[in-house]
Design a protein around this ligand. Structure first.
Ligand code: ATP
Ligand code: MG
Length: 273
């Protein structure tokens, strides 16, 4: 069974008792990309981190998370560390925070690979260089030698995508991976995500505020509000005929924005559906 299945996920703050995500169930099939959209604070990131088991200890979770028939709750923390990276890979909003600031990017990447694969150092370097070049980084040697602060946000996100290409995880969870980038870099990085998706053919969860990006990349979409999934379905259906008023509001604000953008650029107000 190649799928990621989340059932009855509940996330709460053990210090205050407040429930943030009461009861979420969804599934991602092999080869599919599921987008999660929704306003700030609706629980998208906590949901992603719950799958990875990366929420802070004060946040507790219950429910069932199963990947390819493996029940993730049954893994010890040590087993889960091993499982992440090779099977579940997360790409976050801010590339800088994903890397160890005190070491060159290459050292960090090699250490990650060494946890999961028995490759020699020179084999691992060769694979990384090929992957870095394939995501449009022109000088892979220089990237490997650079410290994270010496690379731009777009370069760091491409580097994370390159690492995912080498790790070939079953699931990639991308939490607003382009939000911190300028519009042009955003476009280019989204193109790399689309290529990554088709090259790996695994499962992807893509969190985004941008319905234009969601339309480009996702087969299915979940809309979250206040911790609840209020709408779900095929991306084209949800964008074309949202049932919930909140989703309709999201879609109409997106259309208003793209009209405004087109007008600013001096063009015709072309409405994309
Ligand atoms: N460590 C934490 N402890 C307690 N509450 C938290 C913690 N982290 C987040 N929250 C709360 O959980 C809710 C959901 O947060 P989450 O980060 O999942 O939102 P989000 O949908 O990802 O928002 P954004 O679009 O801004 O990234 C928010 O109300 C937030 O205040
Ligand atoms: Mg978030």
């Amino acid at each position: 069974m190649h799928s990621l299945e989340i059932s009855r996920l509940k996330i709460w703050d053990s210090r205050t008792g407040s429930v943030i995500v009461p009861d979420s169930s969804f599934r991602v099939e092999q080869g599919k990309c599921l987008a999660i959209v929704g306003e700030s604070g609706s629980g998208k990131s906590l949901t992603c981190r719950a799958i990875m088991r990366l929420n802070p200890a004060s946040l507790q979770q219950s429910g069932h998370i199963e990947l390819n028939g493996i029940n993730l709750e049954e893994l010890s923390d040590k087993e889960m560390r091993q499982f992440r990276g090779k099977h579940l890979c997360m790409i976050m909003q801010n590339g800088m925070r994903a890397f160890d600031p005190s070491r060159p990017v290459g050292a960090h990447l090699l250490k990650t690979l060494a946890v999961h694969y028995p490759w020699s150092r020179s084999d691992a370097i060769a694979k990384l260089k090929a992957a870095l070049a394939s995501v449009g980084l022109k000088d892979p040697d220089k990237v490997l030698k650079s410290y994270p602060y010496q690379l731009s946000g777009g370069m760091l996100q491409r580097t994370m995508i390159a690492l995912a290409l080498v790790l070939e995880p079953d699931v990639i969870i991308a939490d607003e991976p382009t939000t911190a980038l300028d519009a042009i870099t955003q476009y280019e990085v989204v193109e790399q995500f689309i290529a990554l998706r088709s090259r790996l053919g695994g499962m992807m969860i893509f969190v985004s505020h941008d319905l234009g990006i969601v339309k480009r990349i996702a087969d299915d979409v979940l809309v979250m509000k206040d911790g609840h999934i209020i709408e779900r379905g095929k991306t084209s259906d949800v964008l074309a005929e949202a049932k919930h008023p909140y989703t309709r509001y999201l879609v109409s604000s997106k259309l208003a924005l793209s009209r405004h953008f087109t007008e600013l650029m001096g063009g015709e107000a072309v409405v994309e559906g």
